[in-house]
Design a binder for this molecule. Structure first.
Ligand code: SF4
Length: 335
C-alpha cells in the first residue's frame, strides 16, 4: 500500500532564524517571536527539504516522539501545518525595494536652530520621505510646534514621532489636542521623564521616557525595538535597516546617516539634500546588513533589529562602533 509522504511547513509569513545564543520563529503576520531550542531549530531546518518520515528516520528512536510533539505544538500555535503537497505553498519573495530615495528622516530642533525647517521638509518631501522623527531639544512653544506640523499638510509624510522634553510646560490637553487633530502624529514622547510609562492623564499616543536624549543619544537596544514584520524582514536581508534610506539633520543643519555618526555630508544651509544622499559615500552603509556584521550575523534578531550604530571595517570584517547592549552581545570593534 502506498503511504503518502507528509511534509511539515511553516506558514509563508513565518520564518526560522537560527542564532548562536538562541533561535526564533518570526511570525511576521502577528508581529511575534517564538524562541525555540536549538535541536528543534535543527529539525525544522531539515523539514524544509525533507518529508517528516525521512527526517525521523535519521533520529534515535527515543527522540521521534519529541519531534511529533513539537510539530504538533507549532500547528496548535498556528505557525505551521502538515501537507502532502508542499509544492503548492511556495516561499514569499523577500526582494525589497522602496519607490523613493529617502523613506525616513530625523530632524533635530534647538532654540538656536540654524536651518529653515519648512524648506527642509519640502526637500524631504521631494525625496519621497514618508516617516519622520522630530527631536526637539528645548521647550518649543505649542504654537510653533503646530506651525511646523502644518508644514506637513499636502506632503507625502504619513507619520511623525515627536520627542519633547518632559519639563515642557505644555498642558496635557494641548498635547492631546495635537495628537487628536493631526493624524500624522504617530506619537509624542516626553523624554527625561520621572518614569517609563504611558501618560496617565491622556487617552492614546503620549508616552513618558526616563532617558534624556540630550545627554545620551546612544540608542538602547531592547526587545520592544525588535520588529517581526515582513517589510523589515525583507529589507534586512540585504540592508542595514537602522540606516537604510534614512537621513538625519542635526540642529546645525549638518547631514549624517545618523545623528551621532562621525561622518558628515554637508549642511542643509549650503547644499540641497538630494545630491548629498545620492553619493556612494552616503549610501554605502545602507547595504551593510546585520548579516554581514560581526556579532550581529549570528544573532537571532538580525532581521528584526533597527539598531543604527555607526560601522567600521577592519581586515575585511564589519563591526558596529557601539557595542550591542542586548544580552551583552559583543558587536563592537575589537579596537
Ligand atoms: S545590534 Fe546586532 S547583536 Fe545586537 S540585537 Fe541587533 S542584530 Fe543582534
Amino acid at each position: 500500500m502506498h503511504i503518502p509522504q507528509v511534509w511539515f511547513k511553516l506558514f509563508a509569513s513565518c520564518f526560522l532564524v537560527k542564532g548562536d545564543a538562541e533561535s526564533l520563529i518570526y511570525d511576521t503576520e502577528r508581529g511575534a517571536f517564538y524562541p525555540i531550542p536549538d535541536e528543534v531549530a535543527h529539525l525544522l531546518e531539515q523539514t524544509e527539504n525533507k518529508d517528516v518520515a525521512t527526517v525521523k528516520a535519521t533520529m534515535p528512536e527515543a527522540e521521534k516522539g519529541l519531534m511529533d510533539d513539537f510539530l504538533q505544538q507549532f500547528v496548535e500555535a498556528e505557525l505551521g501545518f502538515f501537507t502532502q503537497t508542499p509544492e503548492c505553498f511556495p516561499a514569499i519573495d523577500l526582494e525589497w525595494d522602496y519607490p523613493a530615495i529617502i523613506s525616513n528622516a530625523i530632524l533635530e530642533f534647538d532654540v538656536d536652530i540654524s536651518y529653515e525647517v519648512k524648506h527642509v521638509i519640502e526637500e524631504l518631501d521631494e525625496l519621497g520621505c514618508q516617516a519622520m522623527q522630530w527631536r526637539i531639544l528645548y521647550p518649543m512653544s505649542a504654537t510653533l510646534l503646530e506651525d511646523y506640523i502644518r508644514c506637513l499638510e499636502k506632503k507625502r509624510v504619513r507619520q511623525v514621532e515627536i520627542l519633547l522634553p518632559f519639563e515642557l510646560t505644555y498642558q496635557q490637553p494641548v498635547l492631546q489636542s495635537l495628537v487628536d487633530t493631526y493624524a500624522r502624529i504617530s506619537r509624542i514622547v516626553l523624554y527625561a521623564a520621572p518614569s517609563d510609562s504611558v501618560d496617565p492623564g491622556v487617552s492614546v499616543g503620549i508616552y513618558h521616557r526616563k532617558k534624556d536624549i540630550r545627554k545620551d543619544p546612544v540608542e538602547i537596544i531592547h526587545t520592544d525595538r525588535f520588529y517581526a514584520n515582513l517589510e523589515i524582514f525583507s529589507e534586512a536581508q540585504q540592508h542595514n535597516v537602522g540606516l537604510n534610506r534614512k537621513v538625519c539633520i542635526d540642529r546645525t543643519g549638518t547631514i549624517r546617516n545618523y545623528l551621532n555618526h562621525a561622518t558628515t555630508f554637508g549642511n542643509v544651509r549650503e547644499q540641497r539634500i538630494r545630491p548629498m544622499v545620492c553619493t556612494d559615500a552616503f549610501r554605502g552603509k545602507w547595504f551593510v546588513s546585520n548579516g554581514m556584521i560581526e556579532g550581529c550575523k549570528t544573532c537571532a534578531y538580525r532581521y528584526a533589529c533597527v539598531n543604527n550604530s555607526d560601522l567600521n571595517q577592519e581586515a575585511g570584517k564589519w563591526y558596529k562602533t557601539t557595542p550591542c547592549n542586548y544580552k551583552d552581545i559583543p558587536t563592537g570593534s575589537p579596537r
